[in-house]
Design a protein around this ligand. Sequence first.
Ligand code: ATP
Ligand code: MG
Length: 583
Amino acid sequence: MRASIIPKSAADLRVRPHLDESARQSFTWAGVRAELRGLPGGGINIAVEALDRHAEGPHAERIALRHIDRHGARRDFTYAALSRASNRFANALRSLGVRKGERVFLLCARIPELYIAALGALKTGAVVSPLFSAFGPEPLRTRMTLGNAKVLVTTATLYQRKIAPIRASLSGLEHILVVPDAASGSIPAATTDFSRVLAAGSEQFQVEPTLESDMALLHFTSGTTGTPKGAIHVHGAVVTHFATGRYALDLHAGDIYWCTADPGWVTGTSYGIIAPLLHGVTSIVDEADFDAERWYRILQEEDVSVWYTAPTAIRMLMKAGPELARRFSFPQLRFVASVGEPLNPEAVWWGKDVLGLPIHDNWWQTETGGIMIANTPAMAIKPGSMGRPLPGVDAAIVRRGAGGGIEHIETADTEGELALRAGWPSMFRGYLDQDERYRKCFAGDWYLTGDLAKRDADGYYWFVGRSDDVIKSAGHLIGPFEVESALMEHAAVAEAGVIGKPDPVSGEVVKAFVSLRAGFEANESLRLELLGHARKRLGAAVAPKEIAFLPGLPRTRSGKIMRRLLKARELGLPEGDTSMLED
Ligand code: ATP
Ligand code: MG
């Protein structure tokens, strides 16, 4: 059995962490806001803070982005160069007649043009909506239609494969800017050449005077629990991006930082584009898809010091085995964080064993716009816990009462819904075209997250499950995460997904779906062994009654286990919206 706490000593910390008790005590949002530049007249603009603030200061010639293409070739962009390029793009948008509040959608691989377009569009006051490049035509059409796309920036290859088939139905889409790529040769008919437009634009740009409350980003949620929602975010969110880049990711000038999330998702935007630029660090942008060996090599060769990744990626590295990892070393790595799904304690320990550093889980949602609860460098880690609320974040565990009210649960270790006191700068300001749904997320001052959690006596938060996924069995509330983590302790288990299956006696019984690591065979004796292991770890009331083997678990394109799909398939029910299902 592993220890239940990973203490930290000064020797574990290569640099002095930003977040200590005194920083916690003295924190105010207004204080953070005052560190940013703002716009003349009192507004604020995300791209100005991210780029121009540095391009006109001492970091101008520092590398902002290092792009690594599929073949390993590198291209570097300094802060000054990125700022100029984004100005060119901003001028191009203006000359196309794009006005403040209009929507610019981005559908690109992880290429520099994506970053230039996002930041340039933000300078014009247009609203940026990133699309994941692995979406098929249908999810793309849905999002662009819902979001009223006026401009789309894409690549020649993605255009041919995904946009050409639906173009006729995108009536509001006025301009398609296409980045030429080697695979596709020329620019398709009735589109505009991105590189030509960029070359034509001036490097000087008068930034639109955006206000904190002006819409900046439109992010669609992952669709884990149903049809994705469009979450509206504002320019004022940059204050949270700045604070969390410092306190949750501990970014220091001179860091080499790698966020593995695709910019098609909120993590890849908030922490892949905005937060690292705000802190003047160098970001690694890898165009290629996941490959265990490549990833270890990037960590090693690029001297990555801060790494922000996700549980799925960590589980895939675990699956690839320790021998591969041992061929590399990571002497510069000093902080590793993860988000998106619960991080099983096994994965936290894997980090310590293989990378020499534990993984720091943190929690947030598309709706929160930034990290809210985190394990930070100076804090002891309790593996399996998401950490503590960041400064400026007021979290609570609540129970929804009758009539729309809530009741706070003060007792430690008691499950309830995770709630946040409204008012942090990156809070979403609405669900696109779903006002009623947005209003239902709030009870008075409190935003209700839809996730169940508990808080222990030390103030650490523990994820229990999404309220939709929690299992009610014979009077117990069982969180799937706890059961999945126990199964993952077994050497044979690569991944586990747990659901409640209706049962006439208990209400629901726990059923687990398990995929195995290489070298293990799915058979009856292993099944019994896993059932026994779970019963010993969890007790009979919580342990699964049934275990089924699957070659892999169904996941969203952002890599999250889709328990609702496991359940629908088990019960022979309609599968619901599966547009987000990974191929
Ligand atoms: P949808 O809302 O469309 O069903 P989604 O909730 O998966 O999709 P996101 O906003 O991308 O969309 O994900 C946020 C959710 O991911 C959180 O509400 C939580 O359920 C889960 N999550 C994120 N980070 C963590 C974490 N560290 N531990 C546990 N769960 C997490
Ligand atoms: Mg959600």
